[in-house]
Design a protein around this ligand. Structure first.
Ligand SMILES: Cc1cc2nc3c(=O)[nH]c(=O)nc-3n(C[C@H](O)[C@H](O)[C@H](O)COP(=O)(O)O)c2cc1C
Ligand code: SF4
Length: 470
């Protein structure tokens, strides 16, 4: 028994989530032939085994052939996905972790020369600055076909035994209908807010009809585009209420901002040097306005802030997504009272940059991430111990030293410079090297919640025996 707010179960209709930590949808670009095979499965199972309550798999899994991935996403429009997703889901379920998947049609957020070179469709002709395709405006038969594609993909996921799905609506086709900036349609799908939301509600109705009431369905959406002429916060709150009132969704997963440019994407997924948890209060406002299950993730990198997000009632489930890439064992370490041993995500975004430029997400802080099949996160003891001499205390040398020591070897490290760290030292956030990488103190940056409810600097929580949760 524990009174840690993060470790309390959460009841999402019929599904009991065993704690309040989730991994939000993020495509690490590990699919092979568009399928989540062994490597993909091992990545999620590692985190399920360590105790995360819900993993939202994939990221932008494609529901239709004319939504070709730009960086190797799961092809949810293929029937063969069912078998692969079933294996992943069954193994995560064995560890008590719920599994859902994010489904989407990218609309204009793709390139014209991907996959089958089919025409890129959207609700208007406006070109997306990042991917630069000129979309054709979706015609009635495109809309009807894509709604059916969503329902087909949802049904495949139900067949694979997943607990539910979420639909992506920030920067993708769904909210390209919502936003006045990207919807040029007239008639039933353009013009008033009612009309701009019609594609979403038609899709949700089709999914419900196909998958029934017991399959959980949510929407991950922007609650404020933060763009002149785009969806405002008031629009976002109105959309949140309508999603709830529709009776078609079970949870809201809200983000703030727009992703059509790299700068916009960076505000939605903040990197090092930017404020911590910048949109947490906004997500809390959505929860307060709707009194509906609300999930959120955006640079909640430390356990104290995650705990605050739950204890203060801003969120029902808190996403620590990159944090789980850097350390898959966050929940296990919280439960063991070893928070100080969590390997922190520093927000360098090597992982995200790499899906475009290197073809797969890897973590600057943890070489075993994405390599679970060949590099275990928990290092086994060596059958016989040796003396290991390492020349160079840069990141590779230090990791080799750490792993060798964990295996039980006798390790000596030689370094020519005065201090260890190699090139990372130069790139780190020390004031004399790269001060812009330092986190400015946001509302919760380096702060956490004391057991008595006080908001205090994180240092005061370290080693403090009566902090919330132990
Ligand atoms: C490699 C990578 C891929 C991502 N892909 C998606 C995606 O396809 N769909 C989505 O909604 N979010 C995606 N995200 C965003 C994450 O779900 C999350 O919102 C973001 O990382 C901020 O949360 P964090 O600070 O806890 O990591 C991605 C993030 C990363 C790091
Ligand atoms: S690469 Fe950087 S941002 Fe990405 S998970 Fe690792 S530490 Fe975090």
């Amino acid at each position: 028994m524990t009174n840690d707010p993060l470790l309390q179960p959460y009841q999402l209709r019929h599904l009991t989530l065993k704690n309040r930590l989730m991994i939000t949808s993020h495509e690490p670009a590990y699919p092979e032939d568009g399928m989540p095979k062994e490597r993909y499965r091992a990545y999620h199972v590692e985190r399920a085994r360590a105790g995360v309550a819900l993993t939202m798999t994939a990221g932008s899994a494609s529901v239709a052939r004319d939504s070709p991935p730009v960086f190797n996403n799961i092809l949810a429009w293929k029937d063969e996905v069912v078998g692969w997703m079933k294996q992943l889901t069954d193994e995560c379920h064995d560890h008590g972790c719920a599994v859902m998947i994010q489904l989407t049609h990218l609309g204009r957020r793709t390139r014209w020369d991907k996959a089958d070179w089919l025409p890129v469709v959207s609700a208007g002709h406006a070109r997306e600055p990042s991917h630069k395709a000129f979309p054709k405006v979706a015609e009635d038969w495109d809309i009807a076909r894509i709604i059916a594609d969503y329902a087909d993909a949802a049904e495949r996921m139900k067949e694979a035994g997943l607990d539910g799905i979420e639909l992506q609506a920030y920067g993708h086709l769904m909210d390209q209908f919502w936003s006045p900036l990207t919807n040029d349609l007239d008639g039933p799908y353009g013009g008033s807010l009612d009309n701009r939301l019609r594609f979403t509600f038609d899709t949700l109705s089709a999914i419900r009809e196909r998958c029934g009431e017991d399959f959980l369905v949510g929407v991950r959406y922007t609650g404020d585009e933060d763009l002149p002429g785009g969806l405002t916060k008031n629009d976002g709150l109105e959309i949140s209420r309508r999603l709830k009132d529709s009776g078609l969704v079970d949870f809201l997963n809200v983000v703030k901002g727009h992703i059509d440019t790299d700068a916009g994407l960076t505000d939605v997924i903040p990197v090092q040097g930017m404020r911590a948890s910048p949109h947490l209060d906004f997500a809390g406002e959505v929860r307060a306005a709707t009194r509906f299950p609300t999930f959120h993730a955006a640079k909640v990198q430390d356990v104290a802030t995650a705990r605050h997000a739950i204890a203060s009632g801003k969120l029902d489930m808190v996403g620590m997504t990159r944090a789980h890439m850097a350390d898959p064992h966050i929940v296990a370490k919280i439960m063991r009272g070893e928070e100080e041993r969590i390997r922190p995500c520093v927000g360098a975004n090597y992982c995200l940059d790499r899906i475009y430029q290197g073809g797969m997400a890897l973590c600057l802080h943890n070489p075993a991430t994405g390599r679970e099949l060949e590099q275990p996160h928990e290092v086994p003891e060596a059958p016989e111990t040796r003396r290991v001499v390492i020349i160079g205390a840069g990141p590779a040398g230090l990791e080799a030293a750490r792993v060798s020591a964990a295996r039980g070897h006798d390790v000596i490290v030689h370094e020519a410079a005065n201090d260890p760290g190699g090139q990372v030292r130069g790139a780190s956030d020390r004031p004399d090297t790269a001060p812009r990488r330092d986190d400015p103190a946001g509302p919760m940056a380096f702060r956490g919640m004391h057991a008595d409810g006080r908001d205090v600097p994180l240092q005061q929580l370290r080693g403090c025996s009566d902090r919330t949760g132990g």
